[in-house]
Structure formats: C-alpha cells, structure tokens
Design a protein around this ligand. Structure first.
Ligand code: FAD
Length: 475
C-alpha cells in the first residue's frame, strides 16, 4: 500500500500549477498546497494502516477497499465504513478525496460493454493501475462557463472546451480548457471528460481520457488559494488543513496515448460511461457518505455553541437544534437507504439505490445553506467577538482582557475563542464561502441535481397510486 511519504515525494514532477501568474516549483512545499497535500498523505497512511479496516485482500495482494468494485451487499457496507473512516479524518471538509473519482473508475472498468470495443480494454487497464498504485485521480468533467445557451461547437474561437485537435497513430492531441478540477494541483492524474449533454456538432469534445498532472502542455490555473492567508491553525483550523484548491485546466496541445483514451468522439458513449456503468450513482454515494460526516460535524458545532452560550435549554433553540438533527439524519438515512435498496447489475456490481441517493442530492443546494443559516443564527456575534489572531492570546497587553471578558461558565477564554474561530471557518471565512458553493454545485447545478431526482424517483408508482384511488369512486 502506498504511504503518505511516497505520495508526497511523487508530487515533485513536471506539473505546471499557476498561482499569481507564476508556476509553482514544488507543490508539496508551497504554502498554498502543502497543507492539503499533507492531509491527502495522512489519508494514504490511514488506508495503509491495517488497524483502520480500510484494506481488503484482492488475490495475493492487499488493496484499498475504496478503490475496488462492490460485488455484494457486504462489500457496499465495507465501502461505506471505509469511506466514513476517510471522511471522518477530515470531518467531511475534503470533497474530492481520492475515493471519489476512484469509485467512478472502478464502475467504468466493471462495465467494459459500455465502452467501444477498441477502447474498453483501456478502461480496465487504467482501473488496474489506479488500484495497484493507489493513484489519486481528480476529475474535470464540465466545460468552461462561456455560455450555457449553446454548447462548445457554437462558441467563438476553436477549442475553448478541450477537444481533439489531432488524431495520430499512437494517440490524440487535445487542446482547450475544462472548467474546474478540485484537488487537481495535488493529484496524480486527472480524468477529463464531459458530463454535460452535447449536440451532434460537438463530436470533437465528446472524449474521455486520463492525463498525468505533469503531462507536457497541461497547465492548471488555480483560483486564489486560502491556506496561505490562514495565519495559524488556531485562527483558521479548517482553512489551514483542508483547502483543496480548484483549478481551470488548460491543454496546450497535450498528447494523450491511445491507452489513456476511454471515449473518443462519441456523444452517446459519454452518457453510457457515466450512467450505464453505474459510476455516477456509486461516486455520488461516496459523496453523500462524506456529506453526512460533514453535517454531523456542523450539528455538533451548533450543539456545542448553544451549550457554551447557555441557550441550549431555550425552547426556540431546541427547535433549531432539532431542525439541524432532522436535516443531518435525513442525509445519514439516505446513505443507508441507498445501501439497503442496492441491487446487483448485469455485471455483478452492486449499485446503491438511485431513488434514495438522488432524492437527497436533489435537496442539497437548499439543505446545506439552511444548515449554515441555523448555525449563523445560533452563534450570533460570538464569531466576531474573537481576538484578531493568536498574537492577542499571547500578548500581555490583550490577554488579561480576553480572559476577563471572552469566556463562558466553565469555558475559559482560550477554549471559547478556539470554538468560535472554528465556527467562523465553517460559516464565514473565504474557505467557508467556497464550501457553500461547493456543496451547491459539485454534482451539477441545482436544476441538474433535481433532474436526477425527477428521473430516478419512479413516478410511475406515485401516479399509479393516484390512478388507483381515482378509479375507486364514480360520479
Ligand atoms: C467549489 C467547486 C468545485 C468544483 N469542483 C469540480 C471538480 O472537481 N470537477 C468538475 O468537473 N467540476 C467541478 N465543479 C464544477 C461543477 O461541476 C459545476 O459548477 C456544475 O456542474 C455546474 O455548472 P456551472 O457552474 O457551469 O453552472 P451553470 O451550468 O452555468 O449554471 C449556473 C446557473 O445558471 C442557471 N442555469 C444554467 N443552465 C440552466 C438551464 N438549462 N435551466 C435552468 N437554469 C439554468 C441555474 O440557475 C444554474 O444554477 C466545481 C464547482 C464548484 C463550485
């Protein structure tokens, strides 16, 4: 099993990751990326530790359970348990830990029939590499946000969305950009594809391939990183560890050998890749397992804050905490319901139940902001009645005042400030704002997520119920 140290050492390669107009020399040691790289290294160490229960025998080797294909209900339960272990390490604050895209790749490879005859073996071989080498694969599957009124073939300029610029005997040359790869800067590889529906004129953009982050011609243009501004772990406990980074991918004629190409100029093939393989349902089940862990953390924060402020017995506050408990248990329950309603598909992969999974995903864009709103309501101005930084906590000029005025019954200043700074990093910092956007959009815009819920609910049963009732009485 790959260790965290091996992962960190592998990041020193030819990758071109840009911040403030300059290519970063060594992401593992750059203030923007070192913290998240360290967190990912911890995840690899955790998986490699036999006591974590995350490994499974695969023939004569031991592999990470999260990189395997669930072949039974027990496998799904073990997958959930392992995904929970990883998510709990970050308390759900890392959305694109390596298990997310690994689940997509495992489902792809379990369904070679969903790929064209000449490319199916590539998918199977790639999944074997991901499993054997414990690769951290990120993905970029959304076209740049140029205009959503049309698709790429109607945009001004050639190859704004990444597409095939040249076909060669040994592979393809791709050119253009793809919208966003969370974690891409510290990943090993990126899966590049397009999940948005394309039109008949878009065949050049109907591709799927895996590319090493250090590939010649690939550039990652990162949004402003938040970690460097996190003055200390005490002041920004989440930002200082879990800032995953998001990057626009730019392909300046990147050569992709055929063995890394999974879908080629095949619009229907893209849909089969994501949906017929069950990849979308399995990968998004992992995402909900992670989301449930994060909501539990936020519910715990609210409960603690209410107790510290001495308001937790007020009926109005109990009601708010009750709503948080309801919202959290809704997601926890949907994770279990999807597992409970799972069924094997024709290839023997156990798919979490789509009705339960997409049902809760369809609500996420409202549910997460509601959780934040309740937490904001409960903390009041306490998140701003905190010293500017740890320096105030050690300065003899300020510390006595903080001790005297910023405490609660049984909770000394140092503990109270620590708690409220954590809450601010969860609801109010730039990191928190990005998380708000992430939870609303990571699985597609809200209308897209609700579309999945609509298509997978099984309205036939609901309509039949109404028809049967209507048929039971006459004029
Ligand atoms: C923090 C963050 C991290 C991300 N990480 C990744 C990643 O790792 N990999 C990846 O591939 N992608 C990632 N994404 C991108 C994400 O997949 C997209 O944001 C998502 O698919 C929505 O697309 P969009 O942002 O272009 O929104 P748009 O499609 O432009 O939609 C924006 C809004 O416009 C309106 N709208 C647009 N079209 C319609 C329509 N047809 N009908 C009705 N209303 C419409 C809706 O109000 C919609 O919410 C990330 C996004 C965020 C915010």
């Amino acid at each position: 099993m790959r260790t965290g140290a091996e992962y960190l050492a592998s990041l020193k390669d030819s990758r071109r990751v840009y911040v403030d107009g300059v290519a970063v020399d060594d992401v593992a040691h750059h203030p923007a990326f070192a913290p998240i790289a360290q967190t990912v290294a911890e995840l690899f160490d955790l998986a490699a530790d036999p006591s974590s229960g995350m490994t499974v025998r695969d023939g004569d080797r031991t592999v990470n359970r999260l990189f395997t294909t669930p072949r039974s209900r027990d496998d799904l339960a073990a997958f959930r348990s392992a995904a929970t272990t990883w998510a709990e390490h970050t308390h759900g604050w890392v959305g694109r830990s390596p298990d997310h895209v690994a689940a997509f790749v495992a489902a792809f490879a379990a369904h070679p029939e969903a790929f064209s005859d000449d490319l199916a073996a590539n998918v199977v071989a790639y999944r074997e590499r991901v499993l054997a080498e414990n690769l951290y694969v990120s993905y970029a599957i959304i076209p740049p946000q140029v205009s959503r009124a049309t698709t790429a073939s109607a945009w001004d300029g050639d190859f704004v969305q990444v597409g095939v610029a040249e076909e060669r005997a040994d592979g393809i040359v791709v050119r253009g950009a793809q919208m966003l790869a969370t974690g891409g800067a510290v990943a090993d590889e990126i899966l590049v594809s397009c999940i948005k529906p394309l039109g008949p004129e878009d065949r050049d953009f109907a591709i799927s391939f895996a590319v090493p982050v250090g590939a010649d011609g690939l550039k990652l243009l990162c949004r402003r990183p938040y970690a460097p501004a996190a003055s200390s772990r005490y002041d920004y406990p989440l930002t200082s560890r879990f800032d995953e980074t998001d990057a626009l991918l730019v392909f300046d004629d990147v050569f992709i050998p055929w063995e890394r190409v999974f879908v080629y100029r095949d619009i229907a093939g893209l849909r089969r890749q994501f949906f017929e393989t069950g990849a979308h349902v399995l990968g998004n089940w992992q995402a909900q397992i992670r989301f449930a862990v994060k909501l539990r953390f936020l519910a715990g924060l609210a409960r603690k804050v209410a107790a510290v402020n001495g308001v937790d017995r007020f009926p109005g506050v109990v009601e708010k905490l009750g709503e948080l408990a309801s919202l959290t248990s809704l997601v926890e329950s949907a994770v279990l319901a999807a597992e409970h309603t799972a069924e094997p598909d024709a290839q023997g992969m156990w798919r979490p139940g789509a009705r339960a999974l997409y049902g809760v995903m369809g609500l996420q864009a409202e549910l997460y902001p509601r959780v934040l709103a309740i937490l904001r309501d409960l903390v009041g101005g306490g998140v701003l009645q905190v010293p500017s930084s740890v320096a105030d906590m050690t300065s003899p000029e300020t510390r006595p005042d903080i001790d005297r005025y910023v405490h609660s019954p049984g909770v000394p200043a140092e503990e109270r400030v620590k708690l409220f700074k954590l809450v601010w990093d969860a609801i109010g910092s730039e990191f928190a704002g990005r998380h708000h956007q992430y939870e609303m959009f990571y699985a597609g815009a809200p209308f897209v997520a609700k579309g999945y819920a609509f298509r997978n609910y099984g309205f036939e049963q609901a309509v039949a119920s109404v028809d049967s009732f209507l048929g039971s009485y006459e004029l």
